[in-house]
Design a protein around this ligand. Structure first.
Ligand code: EPU
Length: 431
């Protein structure tokens, strides 16, 4: 038995969530927008930035490549100055996936960029070949030396048609960030269509970039010679929104989410409607109210690139599907290793038959409290959803992952009436 001293969440389940919360700005929009600020010598202000670990880590990286970056009161101000360049320390690069987003801006503005292997959640191989092929198409030479990617374009980048092998989110963002200062026209074909791409493009346009088609399959960029700073507000976090909707449904709750973009969650809203969860939508508000006696129905779903069902909500909705009537199949088609929550869900008593990337969930199963560990941001959120629906007092470990991606999910749930607190604890996982 090994004693592990680490914080965990203590949750008492079977309490109906009820009340109102406001959703934070989007993590996955904050990161590329902060990287975009490197493209100008002038300061940029990004508003509605969530207080999460990944934002702090990217601030450290921006500072390491020569920018001034400050985060206060939900705003990040980045002042790049003329001397930006260099390589982020490898341990910082390895701390988050979005570290690689410094490549596009630094290559575009100084003709050279390098970065160690980017880290992030361990949910699949997560190669960077789409980014590299795109930089090469723009005229850069790219090589990998000692695990670092080094891209060079001493005479600047030239616009090109780039057909992505896969509509990678960060890949599309990195190429957009590089192409805005390239000479001539770039077309990114088979681009990712996530709302975070559109949010980034809007910030770049505010900086003076010429971009059309963001949010569609093909993005066209006409390069400009310089960009100014910008003041830009982030979109609401659609994954936080989805997690809260799912948590509300799992507790048969009565919850109002404010400051949201319902149109960014169409796939989830359609699935919840199919399950039998009624949601009233207004322009920036979602109201979910599930009757205590309502019988929710099973469904099948596939996690896909946007506008398909978000892979980041695949684990949380799996937790909800343990509480609905019938057999559901959830097929993860974006990442090849994003099923690590299943064994932990079984510890609550969930009836899940392993099926590789497409497990079968048989419900409803009464869940009972468990001691579980999240292995990535969204897996940890899924375990919180399960604990909210379980009888008794659960402990959820791995909350360092949660802090990387959710500004204050436990606080939001507490505001909705959940009995949840963070414990410093000397409990052991193996006792
Ligand atoms: N892929 C390649 N080659 C590449 C890049 C990606 O084959 O060069 C593959 C990946 O292996 C994966 C698939 O493409 O199978 C999707 O990867 P993508 O590049 O689209 O993901 P990402 O950009 O690394 C972002 C989010 C993830 C989110 C995915 C998919 C950020 C910082 N991260 O990652 O968010 O799951 O898109 O929507 O924007 C999270 O927030 O918890 C999270 C993991």
């Amino acid at each position: 038995m090994s004693a592990a001293v680490e914080p965990c969440l203590r949750l008492s389940g079977l309490r109906r969530l009820s009340g109102e919360v406001t959703v934070n700005g989007a993590k996955n929009a904050a990161l590329p927008c902060m990287a975009a600020a490197l493209l100008s010598d002038e300061p940029s202000r990004i508003r509605r930035v969530p207080e999460i670990e990944d934002v702090q880590r990217l601030i450290d990286i921006l500072r390491a490549v020569g920018a001034r970056a400050e985060f206060a009161d939900g705003e990040v101000v980045v002042t790049p100055g003329g001397e930006c360049g260099g390589t982020p320390p490898d341990e910082l690069a390895a701390a988050l996936r979005a570290s690689f987003l410094v490549m596009g801006p630094l290559l575009a503005r100084s003709g050279r960029a390098s970065c160690g292997a980017p880290g992030g959640d361990v949910i699949g191989a997560r190669p960077i070949d789409v980014h590299i092929a795109g930089f090469r198409a723009l005229g850069a030479t790219v090589e990998t030396v000692g695990g670092r990617t080094i891209a060079e374009a001493p005479r600047g980048l030239s616009g090109a048609t780039i057909v992505l092998d896969y509509p990678s989110v960060l890949g599309t963002e990195n190429l957009l960030l590089a192409a805005v200062l390239a000479e001539g026209r770039t077309r990114i074909v088979n681009a990712a269509m996530e709302p975070e791409i559109t949010c980034l493009a809007e910030m770049l346009v505010r900086m003076g970039a010429k971009i059309t088609g963001a949010g569609q399959h093909t993005i066209t960029i006409d390069g400009v010679s310089r960009l100014s700073g910008a003041d830009h507000e982030l979109i609401p976090d659609r994954i936080e929104t989805g997690t809260l909707l799912i948590a509300a449904a799992a507790t048969r709750g009565d919850v109002c989410l404010r400051g949201v973009r319902p149109d960014h969650n169409e796939a989830l809203l359609a699935k919840l409607a199919e399950i039998g969860v009624e949601i009233r939508r207004e322009q920036d508000q979602l109201d979910v109210c599930v009757d205590h006696m309502a019988e929710l129905q099973a469904t099948n779903l596939q996690a896909l690139p946007y506008p398909g069902f978000a892979t980041d909500l695949q684990a949380p909705i799996t937790a909800l599907l343990t509480q609905v009537e019938g057999t559901s199949i959830v097929h993860e088609r974006v990442f090849e290793n994003r099923m690590q929550h299943l064994d932990e869900l079984r510890k609550f008593g969930a009836n899940i038959i392993a099926g590789g990337a497409a497990p079968v969930i048989i419900g409803p199963t009464p869940l009972s409290a468990a001691l579980v560990r999240g292995t990535d941001i969204r897996a940890t959120a899924a375990l919180i959803v399960a604990a909210l629906a379980a009888e008794g007092e659960s402990r959820v470990y791995g909350i360092n992952h949660l802090a990387r991606g959710y500004a204050d999910l436990p606080g939001q749930l507490r505001a909705l009436g959940a009995d949840i607190e963070q414990l410093p604890t000397v409990d052991t996982l193996n006792s």
